[in-house]
Ligand binder design. Structure first.
Ligand code: GTP
Ligand code: MG
Length: 262
């Protein structure tokens, strides 16, 4: 009887949490994608106008803390935030798991003038029993060195490509290649979003697949999907998220964290 009731309690009140990294070059549309996802999947979420999203400065450290259950809700944290010097130093020197760091202070690191997202915003999306916790990491070159600090603890990666930026496609491919070659990401599902498909002159999916073709062997046998997407209009967003949920749920090598819904 106890087992039955405990099973029922878990079914009703527990969510399986999965950490999802959103990576890609700066200006690819990561933050816009995150906002669009939250808007589409969270009934009561009132996001800001997507066209008003600008490159984010620094990180929302309080939001980051709240995502692990020790601070205020990160929902709605879209505007620019400043990085803490201790956070910055902490990230640079030690790195940290995507679910276990933060200082909560707000001071700009004087040594860096960041013009993109460092780590913001943190958002969550519930799909059935799964809760995806997104980490929107900055795409600028100097910030890419931080990406691998999060690999060991993530359950999935969403890699965003700007399909309108042919000039930077090979730069994006190099960043992608470096990422998939990381052992810490072995077996982790990767969703590649060919974003900005609403722009008439954008590169097609076959164009992008061709440009990324020599990454195929490095992707190996893990789940990987290239999805046409417009973070601005929402095209392909639901399909991408639902695919990711399916993959992280079936990946027995990276079990979710379980948390009671409060
Ligand atoms: N046309 C079009 N524009 C988009 C789309 N997604 C994002 N954008 C625009 O691209 C620009 C960059 O979007 P962001 O979401 O800030 O990009 P980001 O990847 O978060 O950039 P960083 O924070 O610098 O790493 C903004 O002007 C967005 O409005 C899209 O699907 N279509
Ligand atoms: Mg951003």
């Amino acid at each position: 009887m106890y087992t039955l009731l405990s099973g029922l309690y878990k079914y009703v009140f527990q969510k399986d949490e999965y950490c999802i990294l959103i990576l890609g070059l700066d200006n690819a549309g990561k933050t816009t994608f995150l906002e669009q996802s939250k808007t589409r999947f969270s009934k009561n979420y009132k996001g800001m106008s997507l066209s008003k999203i600008t490159t984010t400065v620094g990180l929302n450290s309080k939001g980051a803390m709240s995502a692990v259950g020790v601070g205020p809700s990160p929902e709605g944290a879209v505007s620019s935030f400043e990085a803490t010097s201790s956070w910055w130093a902490h990230l640079r020197s030690t790195g940290a798991g995507c679910c276990s760091q933060g200082s909560g202070e707000t001071v700009m690191d004087p040594g860096h003038s960041l013009t993109g997202t460092l780590l913001s915003p943190v958002g969550t999306v519930d799909v059935g029993k799964a809760r995806l916790m997104f980490w929107d990491l900055g795409g600028q070159e100097e910030l890419q060195s931080l990406w691998d600090k999060y690999y060991a603890e993530c359950h999935g990666v969403i890699y965003v490509i700007d399909s309108t930026d042919e000039d930077r496609l090979s730069e994006s491919k190099q960043a992608f290649e470096k990422m998939v070659m990381s052992e810490a990401l072995d077996g982790v599902p990767i969703l590649v979003l060919a974003n900005k498909q609403d722009v008439e002159t954008c590169l097609s999916i076959p164009d992008i697949k061709t440009a990324f073709s020599d990454c195929t062997s490095k992707i190996g046998r893990r789940d990987c999907l290239t999805q046409a997407c417009s973070a601005l209009t929402g095209k392909g967003v639901r399909e991408g998220i639902e695919w990711m949920v399916k993959c992280v749920v079936r990946n027995v090598h990276r079990p979710p964290r379980q948390r009671d819904i409060t």
